[in-house]
Design a protein around this ligand. Structure first.
Ligand code: IFM
Length: 442
């Protein structure tokens, strides 16, 4: 069997707005009211009902042999009005996190996963001069209340996705096409990360603090065409590299910044690097794609693709060896412990997910065997949840959810993943059934 190191974390990942239900005080609640923004006008609504009863799914995690869970704190619950903290909301998070620990599930807590309180949003969000101080105040309070229960912290989830979808592509709030603003916001998120890093460490010196960084494999569509290669290099730099380099050596490189000196307090602000990995994207130069600076991204037409998003395109191309390549790249470049903080696919009928899991984990195993310090894997996600602009169309869960009745039905992949979690490795029979004759990751 492909055994993983002792103490490896096996879990799933979620975020507050996607699972808690009745979050009506953040910018996504506002966005969901606007016509045409979410698939079929859907809303998060009750979501997975976690605010009332997350414990039902914590029990499910135990049944599925998971020993870790990545969840996020909803800033708009903790600080519903500027400077006013809600003791009850903080107490609920304390109960939840204690409940995870009592069940033998180690929590990894994310502080910012796309959503913000309405007051913060309405006052300009990250573009307000006080934004970082405001974020710091929120982080201080959370760490004061939860710090004794949590030793793994994720500051910001997918800062590039937040900035690109909000300010370049326009599928996330505020739905703008304003690249300059997008980079300003991204810079602020990088600094917010550093602020949170120091705030946590001042209070909890032993904590491990990192961020969840979305990484894709970008490949030139026509490798013999210099412009395709150039665009691919540019996208890799902007999407995969810029933020990680910044938190590593403290340099805010163009277009985040132009200083030759490192930004004070930014270097060495990742105790670990969280990788969110969803597949491969082809990149071509296209004069028609003016809005994205002539960069055209698409899934390989001959590749294995996932379920289809609201835009009519597949969510991504399934490309397990990419996880091996990216973990190796991160390890060689930054030499920091690595968690796969998200990996999964929308696959409602679950005809791909068992294979997906086995093959991605084989790729991860190979990277670990070759020396990368990989410490955990969090599958996205446990139970189907609210998938942002795609509403309830995309089903990422190991467990199917009927949001109306809240009925849960484990998919076959839940049992496949449970066996891996239980044995701390990929048993040979699973590999024979799902892994062989696939790709170079074996
Ligand atoms: O659901 C999202 C999550 O919030 C961030 N990473 C990607 C997931 C699937 O799209």
């Amino acid at each position: 069997m492909r055994a993983f190191p002792e103490g490896f974390l096996w879990g799933t990942a979620t975020s507050s707005h996607q699972v808690e239900g009745n979050n009506d005080n953040n910018q996504w609640a506002l966005w969901e009211q606007l016509p045409g923004r979410i698939w079929q006008g859907q809303k998060a609504g009750r979501a997975c009902d976690w605010w009332r009863n997350a414990e039902r799914d914590f029990d499910l995690m135990v049944q599925l042999h998971q020993n870790a869970h990545r969840l996020s704190i909803e800033w708009s619950r903790v600080e519903p009005e500027a400077g006013q903290f809600d003791a009850q909301a903080l107490a609920r998070y304390r109960t939840m996190i204690a409940g995870l620990r009592e069940r033998g599930i180690r929590p990894m807590v994310t502080l910012h996963h796309f959503t913000e309180p309405l007051w913060f949003w309405r006052q300009g969000s990250w573009r307000h001069p006080q934004a970082l101080a405001r974020f710091r105040r929120y982080v201080e309070r959370v760490v004061d209340v939860l710090g004794d229960l949590v030793d793994l912290w994720c500051t910001v989830n997918e800062p590039v996705v937040y900035a690109a979808l909000g300010y370049l592509i326009g599928r996330f709030p505020p739905g703008q096409h304003h690249p300059v603003r997008g980079f300003q916001v991204l810079r602020q998120l990088v600094l917010a990360h550093a602020t949170a890093y120091h705030t946590i460490h001042e209070r909890r010196p032993g904590a491990q603090v990192g961020l969840a960084k979305s990484l894709f494999i970008f490949a030139p569509w026509r490798p013999h065409r210099p412009l395709d290669v150039l665009m691919t290099t540019l996208v890799r730099y902007l999407y995969n590299q810029l933020v990680l380099d910044a938190v590593h050596d403290g340099h805010l490189r163009p277009p985040l910044g132009w200083d030759t000196q490192p930004y004070p307090g930014l270097a060495h602000t990742a105790d670990f690097i969280g990788i969110n990995y969803y597949g491969r994207t082809m990149v071509a130069f296209s004069p028609r794609h003016l809005r994205t600076f002539f960069i055209h991204e698409f899934t390989h037409p001959a590749g294995e693709t996932t379920d289809i998003t609201a835009t009519g395109e597949p969510y991504s191309e399934v490309y397990p060896q990419g996880l091996y390549e990216l973990v190796r790249w991160v390890w060689q470049r930054y030499r920091k412990p690595i968690y796969v903080t998200e990996n999964g696919l929308p696959d409602e009928d679950d005809d791909q997910r068992p294979r997906f899991i086995v093959r991605h984990l084989a790729a991860l195993h190979r990277a670990w065997q070759e020396g990368a310090d990989v410490r955990g894997y969090f599958h996205w996600t446990l139970v189907d949840n609210f998938e942002w602009a795609d509403g309830w169309k995309l089903r990422f869960g190991l467990v199917a959810l009927n949001p109306e009745t809240q009925d849960r039905t484990p998919r076959p992949s839940a049992h496949v993943y449970a066996r891996i979690c239980q044995t701390n490795g990929i048993p040979d029979d699973l590999w024979t059934q799902y892994g062989v004759n696939t790709d170079a990751t074996a």
